[in-house]
Design a protein around this ligand. Structure first.
Ligand code: PDD
Length: 288
C-alpha cells in the first residue's frame, strides 16, 4: 500500500509530498521533531512528547504550528489512511519558507509541518531485545544545545552510520571519557552495586521521554537510579547496560565497543525494566 504523508494541511502519497526549496528546514536545519510510538491504536507517553515538542519550538522561537488537539486529529487520520494501528509517528516543524538569509525572517513565515508514520512491530522488537544489541563508541562532536530535539542531526547521522558499518545498532557518544547518550537513545548502565546510572538531564543530552518513564518504573520496582555522568571505564565494568528511546523502548546492550557487558547476555534488570515499561505504557496509553 502506498504510504501517505501529511504536509502543511494536505495528505499526499509520500513520494509526491514535498516542501519548497526555501524551507528553512532544508536550508538551515532550522526545525524540530518528535517521534511517538503507537501500539494497538494508542499513543505511548503522549503527554511527555507533546510537552517536549512545545519546549523545543519555544527554545528556537518557532511559533506553535498547530494545537495539540489538531495534531492528534492529524495523527488519527494519518494512521487511518496508512492503515496502521502499530506505528512510529514522526512530526516535524520548521520555521517556514523565506528567502535564504541566516537571521530569522523579519516577518515570520508560517511554520511548516510534516507528519509521517511507519509500521512498528512490538513482537519483533521484543525478539531483538531478548538477544541484546551491540553499540560502538564515538566522540560526541555535537553542539551545546542537544537538549533541543532539532532536525540538525549530522553528528548523530555520522555516528549511526559508523555503528551500522560495524554491525552495531547504536553509537554511544562520549565527551572526553564521559558517556553522554546514544546517537538516538539515552544510555544507561547498572553499576557494580546494582544502581541504575544515567547522565543527568543537562544541555549535553536530549531529555528522553522514555528515560523519564523508565525512572518511574525503576521507582515502582524499588531500583535505585543515580543521575550522574559515567565514564567509558565504568561502562566497560558495568554489570549491565541498556538504551531507552521511543523506538527501542528499553533494549539491553550486550557489547560496548569491543567489550562484552554482563557476560555478553541481556541483564535481568534491563529485561525487567523493559517489561515494566511496556506494562506501564499500555496502562497509561491514551487514545490518539
Ligand atoms: N530519538 N537521545 C537522542 C539523541 C535521541 O534522538 C532520542 C530519541 C533519545 C530518546 O528520547 P525518547 O525517549 O524521547 O525517544 C535520546 C528518536 C527516537 C529518533 O530520533 O528517532
Amino acid at each position: 500500500m502506498a504510504r501517505t504523508a501529511y504536509v502543511n494541511g494536505r495528505f499526499a502519497p509520500i513520494g509526491a509530498a514535498t516542501v519548497p526549496v526555501e524551507d528553512r528546514g532544508y536550508q538551515f536545519a532550522d526545525g524540530v521533531y518528535e517521534v511517538l510510538l503507537v501500539v494497538d491504536g494508542m499513543l505511548w507517553d503522549a503527554q511527555g512528547h507533546f510537552a517536549r515538542w512545545r519546549r523545543s519550538l519555544s527554545e528556537l522561537a518557532i511559533p506553535l504550528p498547530m494545537s495539540e488537539a489538531s495534531m492528534r486529529l492529524v495523527v488519527r487520520k494519518l494512521l487511518r489512511r496508512n492503515r496502521l494501528r502499530n506505528a512510529l509517528v514522526y512530526m516535524q516543524a520548521t520555521r517556514g519558507v523565506a528567502p535564504r538569509n541566516h537571521a530569522f525572517p523579519v516577518r515570520p513565515p508560517a511554520p511548516s509541518i510534516v507528519m509521517t508514520a511507519r509500521p512498528f512491530d512490538l513482537p519483533s522488537a521484543n525478539r531483538k531485545a531478548e538477544k541484546g544489541v551491540r553499540v560502538i563508541l564515538a566522540e560526541d562532536i555535537r553542539w551545546g544545545r542537544v537538549d533541543i530535539k532539532t532536525v540538525s542531526l549530522l553528528p548523530n547521522v555520522l555516528a549511526k552510520d559508523a555503528a551500522r558499518r560495524a554491525g552495531a545498532i547504536e553509537a554511544w557518544l562520549h565527551r572526553g571519557r564521559v558517556v553522554t547518550e546514544g546517537a538516538s537513545s539515552n544510555a544507561w548502565i547498572v553499576d557494580p552495586d546494582g544502581a541504575l546510572v544515567t547522565h543527568p538531564k543537562t544541555n549535553e543530552i536530549l531529555g528522553g521521554i522514555t528515560r523519564e518513564s523508565v525512572m518511574a518504573c525503576a521507582e515502582e520496582l524499588q531500583m535505585k537510579v543515580i543521575e550522574r555522568p559515567f565514564t567509558l571505564e565504568e561502562a566497560s565494568a558495568a554489570r549491565e547496560a541498556f538504551i531507552t528511546s521511543a523506538t527501542n523502548l528499553v533494549t539491553p546492550v550486550v557489547t560496548i565497543g569491543d567489550r562484552a557487558v554482563g557476560g555478553g547476555a541481556p541483564g535481568d534488570v534491563a529485561l525487567r525494566l523493559r517489561r515494566a515499561y511496556i506494562d506501564r505504557s499500555a496502562r497509561l496509553a491514551a487514545a490518539v
